[in-house]
Design a protein around this ligand. Sequence first.
Ligand SMILES: Nc1nc2c([nH]c(=O)n2[C@H]2C[C@H](O)[C@@H](COP(=O)(O)OP(=O)(O)OP(=O)(O)O)O2)c(=O)[nH]1
Ligand SMILES: [Mg+2]
Length: 141
Amino acid sequence: MSIPLEVQPIAKKHKQIGVAVIWDRDRHKILIDQRLPQGDFAGYWEFPGGKLEEGEDAIACIRREIKEELGIDIEVGAQLIAVSHEYEKFIVSLIVHHCYHISGEPQTLECAQIRWIEPSELANYQFPEANYQIVEALNKI
Ligand SMILES: Nc1nc2c([nH]c(=O)n2[C@H]2C[C@H](O)[C@@H](COP(=O)(O)OP(=O)(O)OP(=O)(O)O)O2)c(=O)[nH]1
Ligand SMILES: [Mg+2]
């Protein structure tokens, strides 16, 4: 027997996101950006990154997204953490890597603003809920 259409649960979209914790040359500060004033999580702070494309792994995704969003070249290093979180409308898996700034001045190509901060300052910024495990992992370093 089939379930009537109106009572079938709607599967939430699952987004796989490559995320960069970019360390400055002295490896003391990390880069965070503020999302644009429209769209999902408008005005929240985040670590730059975006959706994995077909056939791409997290490392290639992060390198591409950082070039697109900030216009800089980075070295993608070891994974810090992978976090999955269910939001009201979708599920995200964030694959987070330590990254190192190689060259170029970060530009606000797809975000409202950019800041270099010390990990201990993360508590002063509003991040999406999925980020709290990332912040915790960074505070343990
Ligand atoms: N880049 C990034 N995304 C994050 C973080 N935390 C978090 O929950 N996300 C979520 C918000 C978004 O739903 C998704 C990635 O955002 P995005 O702006 O790069 O891509 P998107 O999924 O909004 O793109 P689109 O559907 O509008 O095409 O991951 C984070 O620290 N960085
Ligand atoms: Mg993005």
